[in-house]
Design a protein around this ligand. Structure first.
Ligand SMILES: NC(=O)c1ccc[n+]([C@@H]2O[C@H](COP(=O)([O-])OP(=O)(O)OC[C@H]3O[C@@H](n4cnc5c(N)ncnc54)[C@H](OP(=O)(O)O)[C@@H]3O)[C@@H](O)[C@H]2O)c1
Length: 231
C-alpha cells in the first residue's frame, strides 16, 4: 500500500524537492503552505496528490484542519516533514525584537503545531510513523546577526529531541536535518559571488529525509543530522 507523507512549506524550494523525491519513490504526497498555491499548480508540476495553500501553520486550528483534510483526501498518514520556516539576518542593535518572535513563529511553532496536529493520525505500532524537522547547521554556533534565527532553529532541534523521547512507545521516530547553505534561487541572488557548487542541493537533503522516513531507518530517532554538501 502506498505510504502517505505531508510536507509543510511544500511550495518552497526544499519542500518541492522533498515532494518530488517522495513521489518518485512511490509515496502519496500532500503539500501544505502559507504561500498561495502556484497559479499553474497541477499534480504533475507539484509532484503531489493533494495540496493546500494559505495555511498559517503557526495557528493550531489551521494546522489541525489542514492535516485532517490531507488525511481525509489521502486515507492515512505515515510521515510528516516539517519544512516550513524562514530566515532573517539582523543585529540586535539595529534590528527589531519582533524578529525574535517572528522567527519563533515561523520555525519552532510551525513544527510544533504540525507535529501536534499529526499525532492524531500518524501510523504507530509495528511500522511506526515518522516526523522529520528542519533545523540548521548554522544553529550549532551562531554568527553575528544570526541570533533570532539560530535561537529558533535551536528550538526546533530541542523539540525534535523531546518529541523523539515522547513518541518512543508509539514507534514514531522524530529526527532533524541540519542543512548548510542550500543551493536555492534566493541564496544565489543574495550571495552571487559564492561558489554554488559547494552548497548542498535540495535533492541531496530530500534523499536523506526519504531515508529517515523509510523502514530502514526505524532505529534512528532523536538524531540531528548535518547535511551540508561541501560547505
Ligand atoms: N535556504 C537555506 O539555505 C536553508 C539553510 C538551512 C535551513 N533552511 C531551512 O529549510 C527550510 C526550507 O528552506 P527554503 O529555502 O526551501 O525556504 P522557502 O523556499 O522560503 O520555503 C519555505 C516555505 O515555508 C512557508 N512558510 C513560512 N512560514 C510559514 C507558516 N507560518 N505557515 C506555513 N508555511 C510557512 C513559506 O511560505 P511564505 O513564502 O508565504 O512565507 C515558504 O513557502 C526552512 O525551514 C529553512 O529555515 C534553509
Amino acid at each position: 500500500m502506498q505510504r502517505v507523507v505531508v510536507v509543510t512549506g511544500g511550495f518552497g524550494t526544499l519542500g518541492r524537492a522533498v515532494g518530488r523525491v517522495f513521489s518518485e519513490n512511490g509515496w502519496k504526497v500532500a503539500l501544505l503552505d502559507k504561500a498561495p498555491a502556484p497559479d499553474d499548480a497541477n499534480a504533475a508540476q507539484l509532484n503531489a496528490a493533494w495540496w493546500r495553500g494559505g495555511v498559517e501553520l503557526a495557528d493550531l486550528d489551521a494546522a489541525q484542519s489542514a492535516m485532517a483534510a490531507a488525511v481525509e483526501q489521502l486515507g492515512k498518514l505515515d510521515a510528516v516533514v516539517n519544512v516550513a520556516g524562514g530566515f532573517r539576518w539582523e543585529t540586535l542593535a539595529d534590528g527589531s525584537l519582533d524578529t525574535w518572535d517572528l522567527m519563533y513563529q515561523m520555525n519552532v511553532r510551525t513544527a510544533a503545531t504540525a507535529s501536534k496536529a499529526a499525532l492524531d493520525y500518524l501510523a504507530d505500532g509495528a511500522r511506526g510513523g515518522r516526523i522529520v524537522n528542519i533545523g540548521a547547521g548554522a544553529a550549532l554556533k551562531a554568527g553575528m546577526g544570526m541570533g533570532a534565527y539560530t535561537a529558533s532553529k535551536s528550538g526546533v532541534m530541542r523539540l525534535t529531541e523531546a518529541l523523539a523521547e515522547e513518541l518512543k512507545d508509539r514507534s514514531i521516530t522524530v529526527n532533524a536535518i541540519l542543512p548548510g547553505i542550500i543551493d536555492t534561487p534566493q541564496n544565489r541572488k543574495d550571495m552571487p559571488d559564492a561558489d554554488f557548487s559547494r552548497w548542498v542541493r535540495p535533492e541531496e537533503i530530500a534523499n536523506v529525509i526519504l531515508f529517515l522516513a523509510s523502514d530502514a531507518a526505524s532505529g534512528v530517532t532523536g538524531a540531528l543530522i548535518p547535511v551540508t554538501g561541501r560547505n
